[in-house]
Design a protein around this ligand. Structure first.
Ligand code: FES
Length: 274
């Protein structure tokens, strides 16, 4: 078993410019790193430090993993990562945290809502769902970004538009002349008719706290049970192992008890939504 304290080398196979603020790194660890959707890894450049990133690739691909890195807030490590090139060596530790209960999702409608860079862990969930699409009753994605340029995974999102296994609707807050989908915040494309059997459906979401704040009452109004509303929470993670206390939400540590929480676990903690 891999020691979570000891980083392993990972060759950067490719670097994809998602947009002006985010790059995705395709990494090949020197030994297989087995993870589940929702988990995160610490990634850094040698001698610079490390930062936590939700894995955005498919858990069924055991040879490589992908993380998407936002340049802001500009730190030493994110700057070093943004300067890294294919062929360079990064360091990876993990995986850490809990995961989405994919087995529990089987036989249910799964309603995925992603906003901004929160699409990274949602991509891992969606790729896992689509890998075994016949196991799920329905797979739905509602994805919002600030503008068309800031969208992530553009080619994949385009391919999903014609994929009968997934029902997608996209929106941006501010459109340009190239945009042919919806305009408005992500909650404007979440409709009760999106889900047929809501008492049994599960919702999965990740995005900025403000988005989650508006999304929660809407999901409840749509009829989702609090224990069926799952969120990937993002807090200031540092050690990634429950040691530093930087990532608290109420009585929980996001790194150790999360990052995946159900609404009924965290609803009473104000710091979850700020
Ligand atoms: S990141 Fe250190 S306790 Fe969670």
């Amino acid at each position: 078993m891999i020691n979570p304290y000891a980083p392993i080398e990972a060759k950067i196979l490719d670097v994809i410019d998602e947009n002006s603020a985010i790059k995705t790194y395709i990494l090949k660890p020197s030994e297989p790193l087995v993870f589940d959707p929702g988990q995160f890894v610490m990634v850094g450049m040698p001698g610079v430090g490390e930062s936590p990133f939700g894995v955005s690739s498919s858990c069924f691909d055991r040879d490589q993993l992908e993380v998407s890195v936002q340049i802001q807030p500009r730190g030493k490590n994110t700057t070093a990562l943004h300067n890294a090139r294919p062929g360079d060596t990064a360091l990876v530790r993990g995986p850490f945290g809990n995961q989405y209960p994919m087995d529990y999702f089987k036989g249910r409608e799964v309603y995925v809502v992603g906003g901004g860079v929160g699409m990274a862990p949602m991509r891992a969930v969606l790729l896992a769902l689509l890998h075994e699409a016949d196991q799920y009753k329905r797979i739905v994605l509602r994805y919002g970004a600030r503008n068309p340029e800031l969208r992530m995974y553009k080619d994949l999102c385009l391919s999903w538009e014609t994929d009968p296994k997934i029902d997608v609707v996209y929106t941006v807050d501010v459109a340009d002349s190239s945009w042919r989908h919806n305009v408005g915040v992500v909650t404007s494309i979440m409709k009760p008719e999106d889900i047929a059997d809501v008492p049994n459906a599960v919702a999965v979401g990740c995005g900025p706290p403000i988005m989650l704040r508006f999304m929660v009452p809407l999901l409840l109004k749509m009829g989702f049970k609090p224990e069926h509303m799952y969120f990937s929470m993002e807090k200031n993670m540092s050690c990634g192992m429950g040691m530093c206390g930087h990532c608290r939400i109420g009585t929980y540590y996001v790194c150790k008890d999360g990052p995946v929480f159900t609404y009924d676990q965290i609803s009473e903690f104000p710091d979850a939504w700020t």
